[in-house]
Design a protein. Structure first.
Ligand code: BGC
Ligand code: ZN
Length: 369
């Protein structure tokens, strides 16, 4: 069967590969689930892997099948599977357990191991292919009524985890009533964060480079009642000076480590800054270190790095997406701006990713009707 693969470490090595059909029996104890892939979303992580900056092939392979944001339909299940049945729509988690205590308790998203296993990213083949098989533990059911946005389940899990961890960590304060949030970046993660923070009742300002007119990102942001600010027109500093209150939450999702550090200057007292950008490059940053250090110490501020999401975060993300459908009808599907018809058009998908103009690119592997 067809698959889209790269040779990690070699820039622009994306190619169409022919790989064997996966076997249900490869998962022991009758717990395998075989899924027909319908859609796969691609994101900046795929671009970084194709740039040769990130990712590794599985042991014994010189290539890695890409794709970690999957939506599909179950076609076969092992005799012991309880969670799903043929015909069900599903997504699948990305990370697989290593050996740390966290992996053993189902929290491989916070593994202590140096080496981590992620489908389509690190040491495990991904989902940009026609069928995959996995253990039922990692399969996540998506309601049929959400099949038009099911491909957003993985990125939604990443945002859901970041917010859940921040809210848990803020219990350190005994009383925390966050009112304002800044979201930096309006890619899929920034937009999902905007929506989920609005669902939690916060006033949100979302910052991104592009000016607002004719910009779908700005339209999605403002449809939730959040404010969109183009940093090409207005700086973070001037917004910060014009606001009564500094943000209680900053959710950083620009993909720029420099912005991640810069954000530290704007967080309010007792606030939490959530870092989600995965930056495989070698950029450095110059920051007003004394000033930030002083403000962070005197203001009891918290910096939280977060990556990946486990089954529970997928479930929170899917629940939030269902609520978003009710609050802001048809808004989520507007994130899915660009559809690539079939695996053989892989070069187009990568070219669009490299150009960076499209909000969300989805490869339509098979019909989703
Ligand atoms: C994925 C996460 C993954 C992370 C780091 C992100 O693009 O969405 O699931 O853990 O990359 O590899
Ligand atoms: Zn991703």
């Amino acid at each position: 069967m067809k698959a889209i693969a790269v040779r990690p470490g070699t820039p622009n090595s994306v190619h169409l590969a022919d790989i064997p059909m996966p076997e249900l029996a490869s998962i022991p104890n009758g717990l395998g689930v075989k899924v027909q892939v319908l859609q796969v979303g691609v994101d900046a992580t795929d671009r970084e892997i194709n740039d040769g900056l990130y990712g590794n092939p599985p042991a014994g392979f010189d290539y890695l099948v890409l794709g970690h944001e999957v939506f599909g339909r179950v076609i076969e299940v092992g005799p012991a599977v309880r969670k799903v049945k043929p015909g069900d729509h599903v997504s699948c988690t990305v990370r697989r357990p290593g050996s740390s205590i966290y992996d053993q308790i189902g929290r491989n998203d916070i593994t202590n191991d140096e080496v981590y296993y992620e489908r389509g990213i690190n040491l495990l083949h991904g989902f940009l292919t026609e069928y995959f098989v996995d253990h039922e533990e990692f399969i996540v059911r998506i309601p049929d009524s959400m099949k038009h946005i099911g491909v957003l389940a993985e990125p939604a899990s990443v945002v859901a985890k970041g917010l859940e961890q921040a809210w848990l960590a803020q219990q350190r304060l005994q009383v925390w009533r966050p009112q304002t949030a800044w979201v930096l970046g309006a890619g899929q993660i920034g937009l999902l964060a905007t929506i989920m923070l609005r669902l939690r009742g916060l006033d949100v300002i979302t910052f991104a480079r592009q000016p607002a007119p004719g910009n779908i990102k700005a339209e999605i942001v403002t449809a939730t009642g959040a404010q969109y600010v183009s940093t090409a027109e207005t700086s973070l500093t001037s917004i910060s000076l014009s606001q009564k209150n500094q943000p209680d939450v900053i959710f950083e999702a620009t993909g720029s480590s420099q912005t991640a550090f810069k954000a530290m200057q704007f967080l309010g007292r007792n606030g939490v800054l959530i870092w989600t950008s995965v930056t495989g490059g070698t950029h450095t940053a110059s920051i007003p270190a004394d000033q930030i250090n002083l403000q962070w110490v005197l203001g009891n501020k918290l910096l939280l790095g977060t990556v990946n999401g486990n089954n529970r975060h997928f479930e929170i993300g899917i629940t939030d997406m269902a609520l978003a459908e009710a609050m802001y009808p048809c808004l989520l599907s507007r994130i899915l701006t660009t559809r690539i018809p079939g695996l053989s058009h892989f070069a187009e998908a990568i070219q669009l990713l490299v150009n960076g103009k499209d909000l969300k690119i989805v490869v339509e592997v098979a019909s989703n009707d």
